[in-house]
Design a protein around this ligand. Structure first.
Ligand code: NAD
Ligand code: GLY
Length: 376
């Protein structure tokens, strides 16, 4: 199957390609020789993590070396805790030691953690080097590698320090997904489901038709889902590069309740995907109540999430604790919590929801969860 090329064209930025295909890491080096920003780079630094590096680092390095790049690498511990200023500082020092100059480039090989951290150090070292993203998780292919958000976490919260720095190329080699765990697979599926609800009937009903094929990682369906998601994300970012025009925040659909679940249940108790899927279920019900969104949408979305293996979480916290957690989220402006709500498939809006109403909706959510738990 030939690779698919999607051009990301963002106003005031150099357009870049996202390629989605099987075995395309093999030609990464020769492809980079065609990209102006890195065509003549004397050295490329590959940053990866210690779970991905044993699987794909040699392949990436040999492709780059075949294209006669000098290549160095830094391998970081896998996991969210690597998105830290401390590790960023160590990488900056190591980059200086490796003689990385303004004409060099950074290649991020891994999931969203590597992509965000490598993007951050790449965008800040010597005031900004070209960054190539080689995403290896489904989530990173459909979401984090495209759009230029980079960052690290602080004690005070996730992604509080970062930059907007678009990559010069994204190489999504779907062969790398074969080694992904089911848990990580479903995290990617949740972001694709989110995109489909926000995007269009065409995408959403295609997802419903292909839910089994996607759960079983059937190649054609997977390539198509990634392509559709990247086209969707590229369109959103082109309309609102810095999340300041009220468009990019649609990508937070499901994340308001989702983040509260992750914080209160403890990070890792539920996967990010499960938490986001639960957040989508809650937001659709809130939309039914506030906007008159059809119960058919609520039920069809439930069907899709069930079919993708993103089952309802059997856990709850008090409405007050959930509300507090939502208010601590950096995306909350002022005193009221904002939700992305679907009016229909492909039609969404944001709404600030008052505490009283939200506590009532959370109370209903908690009761449903308690019933689920007692039947489990
Ligand atoms: P991750 O990078 O932690 O990867 C998940 C796990 O899978 C890790 O242990 C990793 O080592 C392993 N892994 C990666 N690729 C693999 C492969 N092919 N085979 C086997 N194992 C593999 O997590 P993620 O879900 O990819 O990304 C989450 C991060 O992305 C979060 O930090 C989040 O904030 C960020 N994010 C950023 C954006 C953005 O726009 N920049 C968007 C969404 C999420
Ligand atoms: N939150 C994902 C993005 O804005 O790119």
């Amino acid at each position: 199957m030939p690779a698919t090329r999607i051009v990301v064209n963002i106003p005031d930025e150099k357009a870049y390609d996202v390629r989605v295909g099987s075995g395309i890491i093999e030609n990464l080096g020769s492809r980079l020789r065609e990209i102006e920003a890195v065509a003549n780079s004397p050295q490329l630094l590959v940053i990866s993590d210690d779970q991905v590096a044993p699987l794909y680092l040699d392949q990436v390095k040999s492709s780059l070396k075949k294209a006669r790049y000098q290549v160095s690498d830094i391998v970081i511990p896998a996991g969210e805790s690597s998105k830290s200023l401390e590790l960023a500082g160590e990488i900056w020092e190591a980059m200086a030691g490796l003689g990385i100059g303004r004409d060099c480039g950074v290649v991020a090989l891994g999931g969203g953690v590597v992509g965000d951290l490598a993007g951050f150090v790449g965008s800040t070292f010597m005031r900004g080097l070209p960054v190539v993203q080689v995403p290896t998780t489904l989530l990173a292919m459909v979401d984090s590698s495209v759009g230029g958000k980079t960052g690290v976490n602080l004690e005070a919260g996730k992604n509080l320090v970062g930059t907007f720095h678009q990559p010069v190329y994204v190489c999504a080699d779907v062969d790398t997904l074969q080694t992904l765990t089911d848990r990580e697979w479903r995290c990617g599926l949740a972001e694709i489901a989110k995109a489909s609800v926000i995007d269009s009937d065409d995408f959403f009903f295609w997802m419903l038709d292909e839910q089994t094929a996607l759960s079983e990682r059937k190649v054609e369906a997977v390539n198509e889902a990634i392509t559709r998601s990247v086209i969707f994300k590229a369109g959103v970012v082109a309309a609102d590069k810095t999340e300041s025009h009220g468009v990019r925040e649609c990508l937070n659909y499901g994340h308001t309740l989702g983040h509260a679940i992750e914080v209160l249940a403890g990070y890792g108790t539920f996967s990010h995907g499960q938490a986001v899927a639960e957040g989508m279920r809650f937001a659709a019900r809130l939309a039914h109540r506030l906007l008159g969104t059809s119960s058919e949408l609520v039920q069809t979305q439930d069907q899709l999430l069930d079919g993708l293996g993103l089952n309802p979480v059997v856990w709850s916290a008090s409405p007050e604790a959930m509300l507090n957690a939502m208010k601590k989220d950096k995306k909350v402006r002022g005193a009221r919590v904002r939700f992305v709500l679907p009016r229909d498939i492909g039609v969404w809006e944001t709404q600030e929801v008052g505490d009283e109403l939200l506590l009532e909706a959370l109370g209903e959510w908690q009761r449903t969860k308690q019933i689920l738990a007692s039947n489990a």
